[in-house]
Design a protein around this ligand. Structure first.
Ligand code: ZN
Length: 300
């Protein structure tokens, strides 16, 4: 999410598309992942690696990303939404087909990254975040039953104690993903955000992390990132964005509007979360996937 109503957004910055380029070659890079991932990241605490080794070649890959299109949900105060323009589409005089588009988007909409600088002056920008931090074991904390009874629900210390009693300590460097069940409401903006008044972020209702939980996960458990299947790592009614501030102050990125979290086990998955590398960016569109081994799936 892009911040409170107090933030002022500039006017639309995308310019008209340049003249169509009709002749251009495309370069495709072929690559393959063949090696199994090690059991734990270099930054993992010695006390509790939560994952077994995972073979990328056989793992189930869960796409945790929503497509960017005209239904993509942005923060209500965003000055515009995702905009795709065709630059070329069709047969060329050379006798081959050619297609290319331009796109324009605020950084904070759809499945996206919050870089630490989003809520911390001098914090890391999108291009400065170590990719080591973005590829790590995932832990999924499910509060969907409580959130369905209270749309403003915040992850509590009781929830975290319950999770750790069942699975052990959340390891340092893990990506902590909060599952609220809100993905079922996407892309219905009113149901997903709790309110769809354009330009007004004062009446939002959706669940997310709570302050005490963030203070535990970030400075104590030293997670590598926080992620959630709602629009913000702070819950809808938040006015102080305290979870953003705790995470940003500790250089911990946030991942928002994560899709398909119901398809990940509570432990055992690996997360690969690679955002667009915008130099100086406060965030940006994120392609995030979960890798689940066959035995990991049984631990949901
Ligand atoms: Zn954001």
């Amino acid at each position: 999410m892009p911040g409170s109503d107090a933030f002022r957004f500039g006017s639309r910055v995308c310019r008209s598309p340049p003249r169509r380029r009709r002749f251009r070659t495309s370069v495709f890079a072929a690559w393959a992942l063949a090696l199994p991932i090690a059991a734990s990241p270099a930054s993992a605490a010695p006390e509790k690696p939560s994952t077994s080794s995972l073979d990328i070649g056989t793992a189930k890959i869960v796409d945790l990303t929503y497509p960017f299109d005209d239904k993509t949900i942005y923060w209500p105060t965003a000055p515009f939404n995702f905009d795709l323009k065709s630059l070329a589409f069709g047969e060329t005089p050379g006798g081959y087909f050619y297609a290319a588009n331009s796109f324009c988007t605020p950084e904070h909409g759809g499945t996206h990254l919050d870089a630490p600088v989003h809520f911390a002056k001098g914090g890391k920008t999108a291009d400065e975040i170590s990719v080591r931090k973005l590829i790590a074991p995932g832990v999924v904390i499910d509060v969907s039953a409580k959130a369905s009874a209270d749309p403003d629900y915040r992850l509590s210390m009781d929830d975290l104690r319950g999770w750790e009693k069942k699975h052990g300590a959340i390891p340092s460097g893990a990506i902590a993903l909060l599952r609220t069940g809100w993905g079922k409401k996407w892309p219905d903006k009113k149901r997903y955000l709790g309110d769809d008044t354009p330009g007004d972020a004062s009446k939002l209702h959706f669940p997310s992390f709570g302050k005490e939980a963030a203070q535990y996960l970030v400075p104590q458990r030293r997670v590598g990132a926080l992620g959630v299947d709602t629009a913000s790592i702070d819950h809808g009614p938040s006015k102080d964005f305290v979870v953003h501030r705790i995470a940003s102050a500790a250089a911990v990125p946030g991942f928002e509007n994560i899709a398909n979290l119901d398809q990940l086990p509570e432990t055992g998955a690996w997360i690969i979360a690679l955002p667009i590398k915008i130099a100086g960016g406060s965030g940006g569109p994120l392609r995030i996937v979960g890798l689940v081994s066959a035995d990991g799936e049984t631990r949901r």
